[in-house]
Ligand binder design. Sequence first.
Ligand code: N01
Length: 546
Amino acid sequence: MADGTGNAASHVDVVVVGAGFAGLYALYRLRRLGLNIRLLEAGEGVGGTWYWNRYPAARCDTESLQYSYQFSEELQQDWAWSERYATQPEIERYLNHVADRFDLRRDIRLGTLVESIVLDEPAARWTVTTSDGGRTVARYCVMATGCLSSPLTPRFEGLESFAGPTYHTARWPREKIDFTGQRVGVLGTGSSAMQAIPLIAEQASQLTVFQRSANYAVPAWNAPLDAGYLAWFKANYVENRKRAKKLVSGFLCYYNPQTSFEVSAADREREYEKRWREGGIGYLAAFSDITTNDEANRLASDFVHRKIRSIVEDPAIAEMLIPNSVIGCKRLCVHAGYYATYNRPNVALIDVKANPVERVTPTGVVVAGREYPVDALVLATGFDAMTGALNKIDIRGRSGLSLKEKWAEGPRAYLGVASAGFPNLFIITGPGSPSVLTNMVPTIEQHVDFIAGCIDHVEAGGYGAIEPEVAAEDAWVAYNDEVAHRTLRYECASWYLGANVPGKKRVFMPFVAGLPAYIRKCDEVVAAGYAGFILAPVQQKAMGAL
Ligand code: N01
């Protein structure tokens, strides 16, 4: 079959979009169903998040022994993580190792940006068009496009006139950037900025950080992995993974079942201190009510406020760094020396909440009428999360309706993996999935296994297509929203809500009730013969036409 340009369209069973953790495992897993797969990836290498986010000091704040695949016992035994939290280069090496070890590259097309995915309705076939003019026709599409993969660059007036280099943390160049002797401006103070700032401050002659909102951060206390702990973890890998799946976030950490008010003030303080010394986002599990009860949250926040005041020497700067939001509403950041960086004489913090950035000039950033001179600009301004990467692709389902149009008033996906009107199109960690509130890798593996099960069910049953019932999808979206309202999640302007993107409908996007509840629901759906999904018969005529 040829298109208007004379290019032949190739035919496969499945197109997978994206070569990060999700896409690579989808390729591996779906191959085992005997399907013919093509994976399309915009980057020039595999790794997804860990290919693009190569800013200074980028590392994962979920512990390396858990932020890794478990589908292969040999892989998890053979791979040797070096530190408690793995760096971006180490995770990128790991994903390249996975691509080689499981012979995945032969089905991967790198440097291939997917522009549109259009349904041929009667045939239940998707035509996937790429920036190189290529067309691939597939029976199934699996979107492994990531939750935090569409970088957000705010429209700062004059940004394009800036004479020096501008770097977005999520599109960092592959070559080493050395800021030695330069005046650097960093816009944003989220997780990416908090990791990059201490390192940039060591190199730059002057670092000016432009902060709109102060964010909460707890220490990482990263260190090389202890050999004894590593050996114990590996010896108990299967058991550890099983235990983790029973926890709300999908990673091992002690969830204290007590509320903040069941213990004395002194014991409460001891527990906060213990968590602080342990490091990592387990701080939020110090008591069971921190993310649901205002007063419990205030107490846990107050402890962090006091820590910031004890680290930052200039009281005025310390006050600027203290968030006025509830802790755990926005993503809790994990840092290494972030607050102490503001004790350096070459670091300045500028508030751009009261006075937003007026404009960028060729030589600096103007705030409240004053220009702060910079030689290089770092945009650590985040992402159009959860829906951004999908909406960049013109995905058209039944009656030509685009996914973007369908989701204009907030994303709608049953279990976060499929959307009514888009048969045989699956999303890994889409909106409605626990995704970003959990340890992403095991959640991804669960989703891919579920999707593989759906496809297997369609194939084995001789069906042509599967898609959610509208009622099931509506109920899932409503349930998630209801649960989110029971937490403190609606009390800040987070990217979970889409609040960082001007004009984006505010809806709490990830599934908030936790991984065990999610897995239970998926298992029930499967046990009931894919309850909530419509299974359509094969359209013989259309099949014949291909
Ligand atoms: O992005 P962010 P990120 N003017 O959205 C500011 C994961 N992650 O790349 O807070 C001025 O958190 C914005 O201000 P405000 C993790 O899930 C993980 O840092 O919206 N400022 C904010 O300070 C994380 O949550 C890891 O008021 C503007 C910053 O830019 C997610 O990725 C590492 C602005 C954006 O922060 C995103 O993190 C890194 C404007 N117009 C990331 N627009 C680890 O595993 C935005 N900002 C360690």
